[in-house]
Design a protein around this ligand. Structure first.
Ligand code: SAM
Ligand code: SF4
Length: 330
């Protein structure tokens, strides 16, 4: 079987797929208050197109998919799509990243889908006012209730916390405290300028090292061996049920072991988070491409995967990164 190996010898086995560019929240670090310009519905990949792309990728060795957005649960039929994807016998894991504001009623169904093992819930503050200010919507209670239910569910729960200078850095250790009694992996993410307007002026640069030092100021942490392709560096804390991790998304020290490709909701293939899209799969499919042609295309596209995010960014044609993460699929 041909598999997806890039020109640096990295085996690609993970695809992140944004199922929509729409979202019910307006997080300050992700998009402007008025939202982003969403694409017409027929520009989005259909579920059948997504299924077909994922099937072909799994025939090339991909065995994990992360579904994201926008907010995946905003798209009608998303839970049915999860069921459909579960029928792909070559797929081992279906992971989901969600803001959690619409999923409480679906938790039981998700638990029944055996390949849905990991849920990443985005929650940037444990204080209702702050949370609602960050997301510009009044959904803290719903998201918090969902977090508690997910923690009790059979799925693994990770919390994504974007560390925002001057906004939620005082809560870093409150999140760490949550892991004492809850079996949750809290992951702090360096803020990136993917917000619809570019780099925002910040008081202090909360990078990996600064976040770690903040945690160490209160907790004694031990780094744990993570999977080679993990996006986070992970730590355990004595007597804590859960764990913490830091995702150096902006300082990009983890690119060497990257095993991922991305597809936007409009079918743009991205071989790196920081590139500006290298191929439009939607048009290729709609022009009648066969599965064999798709396979050949993927095999050649991964050979162009840049060595790291800095090179990808330097190669961009559309200028500095500024697009909203909701169009990329974070
Ligand atoms: N709507 C879902 C959610 O919020 O979980 C899925 C899509 S969202 C774009 C995926 C992840 O990207 C979230 O954890 C979010 O916090 C993160 N994200 C969005 N904009 C970001 C930025 N500018 N810097 C760092 N992370 C960002
Ligand atoms: Fe929506 Fe997720 Fe972006 Fe927040 S981070 S606006 S929930 S896509």
């Amino acid at each position: 079987m041909s598999t997806l190996i890039d020109s640096f010898g990295r085996q690609i086995n993970y695809v992140r797929l944004a199922v929509t560019d729409r979202c019910n929240l307006r997080c300050q670090y992700c998009m402007p208050a008025h939202g982003i310009e969403i694409v017409p519905r027929d520009h989005l990949l259909t579920y059948k197109e997504m299924y077909r792309i994922i099937r072909v990728l799994t025939e090339l060795g991909v065995n994990k998919v992360r579904l994201t957005g926008g907010e995946p649960f905003v798209r009608k039929g998303f839970v049915d799509f999860l069921e459909m994807l579960s029928f792909n016998d070559l797929l081992d894991d279906i992971n989901i990243t969600t803001n959690g504001a619409m999923i409480y009623k679906h938790i039981e169904t998700l638990e029944k889908l055996q390949k849905v093992k990991n849920i990443n819930l985005s929650i940037d503050s444990l204080k209702a006012d702050k949370f609602n200010e960050i997301t510009r919507r009044n959904v803290f209670d719903e998201v918090f209730k969902t977090m508690e239910a997910l923690e009790k569910s059979s799925m693994n729960l990770k919390l994504n916390v974007v560390v925002q200078s001057g906004i939620n850095t005082d809560e870093i250790n409150d999140f760490v405290r949550l892991t004492k009694d809850k079996d949750i992996a809290v992951r702090f993410i360096e803020e990136m300028p993917f917000n619809g307007k570019g780099q925002r002026s910040i008081e202090e640069n909360w990078n990996y090292t600064k976040i770690l030092n903040e945690i160490k100021s209160e907790f004694s942490v031990t780094e744990v061996q993570s999977e080679k392709s993990s996006t986070s560096r992970n730590f355990s804390i004595e007597n804590h049920k859960g764990s913490v991790g830091i995702i150096p998304a902006f300082t990009r020290t983890i690119c060497g072991d990257c095993n991922r490709i991305r597809l936007t909701s409009t079918g743009t293939f991205k071989s790196c988070l920081f590139d500006d899209g290298v191929f439009n799969l939607r048009d290729f499919l709609r022009n009648g491409a066969s599965n064999e042609e798709l396979k050949d295309l993927f095999l050649s596209l991964v050979k162009e995967k840049p060595e790291n995010g800095f090179i990808a960014e330097a190669n961009r044609k559309k200028g500095n990164v500024s697009e909203s993460m909701s169009t990329i699929g974070g």
